[in-house]
Design a protein around this ligand. Structure first.
Ligand code: ZN
Length: 400
């Protein structure tokens, strides 16, 4: 916990007009500012932001408060998150109280800096000659330049130690890059090599839009490599990156999720990007893990409903079963939508009427309990013996 003094200091250092003005469109009107209220469906500017009172207030729906309320209500942050965000923005270092280890925050901070540097480096590489294969791949996947910007895509070049060399050349601290899982020592010989090589880089952000990790997709090669290479490679988990609590695209989706009171969860990076590109910006993805109770905890803060979208294949069905079980324990309405055979969200959205079909699938999503019952009923009918049927029925009752 921080002292009241520090909260006061952060509030003093924050100009609410500047804060809100950076996030939504506001216009001067007399001594105050007005904006379309983001808390209700506003057609004429009903919200006033007052520089003298340092508050916002909507005269139509009654939403209002100070800078902290804005971060909590508009960005769906907790109070500690809002405090950290506003303090950082104002250049105020919060004193940590309690028994947290003194080294941990510094470590985290250094890893965070390394991740920021790497993000800039991967993005710059995408624009350089070494980024040609990645640029061609982006185009072939139909990802628009706007989405490349929004999701800050980058490229890890086809080389052993380009990043490691630039870490040294820029006199960045290699230890932070190692703890963030960006480079690691060679097995034989000296020096470091890059973790991500010849990959399209998808930076992963926390809820405030700060980079915490990367996912890298292997790029095509003209001659097949003799090395075994995973199709997708993620940053290792660290003090910065907790895979089971992170949702890809959440920082870009949270406003729309809050507006619709509904979040859509798909399976991969490119699916999230395809959805946002087609105007469905309440879509996020898990990071190659099943859904966890931590995800539920995050989503519950600004959503009432979750629609899980899965491919029709067996793996997708199994993932759907597991996900439903996690969500049944939380306090969210859950629906499941299984895509038509052979389609993923990106390939569906590429089709002429894709966005409309996808929206229709979402609105027709099956309630999770019904979905699970249907699955069990199918299994039950498929069982060859009465003992088998009995076992399936028992398992279903146990789950409930
Ligand atoms: Zn309002």
């Amino acid at each position: 916990m921080q002292s009241g003094d520090q909260i006061h200091q952060v509030r003093q250092a924050t100009d609410i007009v500047e804060l809100i003005g950076q996030q939504i469109r506001i216009q001067p009107k007399g001594r105050e500012f007005v904006a379309l209220c983001p808390f209700h469906d506003d057609s004429n500017p009903s919200m006033t932001v007052s520089p003298t009172k340092q508050i916002y207030k909507c005269f139509a729906c009654g939403a209002g408060g100070g800078a902290f309320d804005w971060m909590i209500n508009y960005h769906k942050m907790t109070f500690p998150e809002a405090l950290r965000f506003l303090a950082e923005r104002a250049g105020i270092t919060l004193e940590r109280r309690g028994r947290e280890s003194g080294d941990q925050p510094n470590d985290r901070q250094r890893m965070s800096e390394a991740t920021e540097h790497a993000l800039g480096w991967f993005r710059a590489t995408l624009g350089r000659p070494q980024g040609a294969t990645a640029r061609a791949y982006v185009e072939q996947r139909g990802i628009s330049p706007e989405m490349v910007e929004q999701f800050q895509l980058g490229c890890a070049p086809d080389a052993w130690d380009d990043l490691a060399q630039d870490v040294a050349a820029n006199r960045w601290d290699p230890r932070s890059f190692r703890s963030a899982g960006l480079i690691h020592g060679r097995q034989s010989g000296s020096g470091d090599i890059d973790r991500f090589r010849h990959r399209l880089m998808f930076p992963i952000f926390d809820g405030l839009g700060r980079p915490i990790a990367f996912g890298g997709r292997i790029l095509p090669r003209q001659t097949p490599s003799d090395r075994e290479e995973a199709k997708y490679l993620n940053s290792p988990e660290s003090a910065l990156f907790n895979k089971s609590a992170t949702l890809y695209g959440l920082h870009l989706a949270r406003n729309e999720i809050g507006k619709r009171r509904c979040a859509v969860i798909v399976e991969g990076y490119t699916d999230v990007i395809a959805c946002h590109q087609h105007g469905l910006s309440h879509v996020v993805a898990t990071l190659g893990t099943a859904l966890t109770t931590q995800h539920v905890g995050v989503l519950r803060r600004f959503s009432e409903k979750v629609v899980l979208v899965f491919d029709a294949d067996e793996a997708g069905q199994k993932a759907a079963d597991r996900a439903v079980e996690v969500f049944l324990g939380g306090e969210l309405d859950v629906a499941v939508s299984i895509l038509p055979d052979g389609l993923d969200p990106a390939s569906l959205l590429e089709q002429a009427d894709g966005a409309a079909r996808f929206e229709a699938l979402l609105s027709e999503a099956t309630d999770a309990l019904d979905y699970q019952f249907q699955r069990v009923a199918d299994e039950y009918r498929g069982a060859s013996t009465m003992a088998g049927q009995h076992r399936i029925a028992e398992q279903y009752v146990d789950r409930l």
